[in-house]
Design a protein around this ligand. Structure first.
Ligand code: HEC
Length: 156
């Protein structure tokens, strides 16, 4: 019993330490990039299922992750001081993301809507419907990148 309590307190302390570190601009940049990367892994999984043999559970898992990241409030990771490279964190964010609040709000809300809808559709296991909704999600990713992310030379 005592051991469990101590372990629980240990986890709590680690969580608090992490939350404090997260205030550093370079960490915020890394967290948001990690969020996008993790979503990209999951969009890749869905694409592979749509193009190959379709596994309903795989697709549902991936869609749920994307929706969870979309709903996680990533806006908090665009705090002041994260608009340019800091420490060993580089960033591809455009300055407009910090100034065009209305435009960012629009693409972010649209993205969340498509991500949540995809999770719903994926739960039904209807591959045809997933394909249509997946297309809408990817368009929503691109809509934000077009205006608020600097194009990388080696990206398509
Ligand atoms: C609301 C805007 C927005 C949406 C929506 C969005 N992105 Fe991004 N994405 C960005 C910005 C801004 C960056 C650059 C972040 C940085 O470098 O600080 C980025 C970076 C990335 C990166 C590179 C991460 C890295 O390691 O540097 C990938 C991959 C990516 N996004 C994939 C996606 C995918 C896949 C989706 C949709 C499922 C998506 N993004 C949706 C704005 C967005």
């Amino acid at each position: 019993m005592k051991k469990t309590m101590l372990a629980a307190i240990g986890v709590l302390a680690a969580g608090i330490a992490l939350a404090q570190q997260a205030q550093k601009p370079e960490d915020l940049i890394k967290f948001r990039q990690a969020g996008y990367k993790f979503m990209a892994w999951n969009t890749g999984r869905i694409k592979a299922n749509l193009e190959g043999s379709y596994n309903k559970d795989e697709v549902a898992k991936a869609a749920n992750v994307i929706a969870a990241v979309a709903n996680s409030g990533m806006g908090a990771l665009y705090a002041p001081g994260t608009d340019k490279a800091v420490g060993n964190a580089h960033t591809h964010v455009k300055p407009e993301l910090f100034t065009d609040k209305e435009g960012v709000g629009k693409v972010a809300v649209a993205f969340n809507k498509e991500a949540n809808e995809l999770a719903k559709v994926a739960a039904t296991g209807d591959a045809g419907a997933v394909k249509v909704q997946f297309g809408k999600l990817v368009e929503a990713c691109k809509a934000c990148h077009k205006d608020y992310r600097v194009e990388e030379k080696n990206e398509h």
